[in-house]
Ligand binder design. Structure first.
Ligand code: 5GP
Ligand code: ZN
Length: 114
């Protein structure tokens, strides 16, 4: 989609530090990390957010969690623990409207989240 930052990363028009890619997903380091490990996992296809996920996206969403688990192992945070976050809308602080899953780890996380 035109004017979408993360579509630009998928298309290679905007540089990112990629850590994983396949036919359906791309994962890259967050530009403003909130933890020692902070990776964004996104679908290649443009989905604006959680509210736009369709029933036919079920396999895609499942694959995102599989990739998150794989990256958690690769990044050495599987045993110590990690958090997967999806922000939706203003109160949650969503700033990019292309579905993305934050994979955060490498430090103790607070609960409830801020
Ligand atoms: P949100 O606030 O929408 O849940 O998350 C958007 C995330 O995208 C933020 O954590 C922000 O740091 C990250 N981000 C914004 N612009 C860029 C960029 O150009 N490159 C990368 N790698 N991350 C970005
Ligand atoms: Zn997009």
């Amino acid at each position: 989609m035109a004017d979408c930052l993360f579509c630009g990363i998928v298309d290679g028009k905007i540089k990112a530090n990629l850590v994983y890619q396949d036919e359906r997903l791309v994962a890259f380091k967050d530009i403003n990390p909130q933890a020692p490990v902070h990776i964004l996992i996104i679908p290649r296809k443009h989905v604006a957010g959680v509210l736009d996920v369709e029933t036919s996206d079920g396999a895609l969403i499942g694959e995102i969690f599989q990739v998150a688990a794989r990256l958690a192992c690769e990044q050495g945070i599987a045993e110590s623990g990690f958090r997967i976050v999806v922000n939706s809308g203003a109160n949650a602080g969503q700033s990019v409207f292309h579905l993305h899953y934050h994979l955060l780890g490498g430090r103790r996380m607070a609960w409830p989240p801020g």
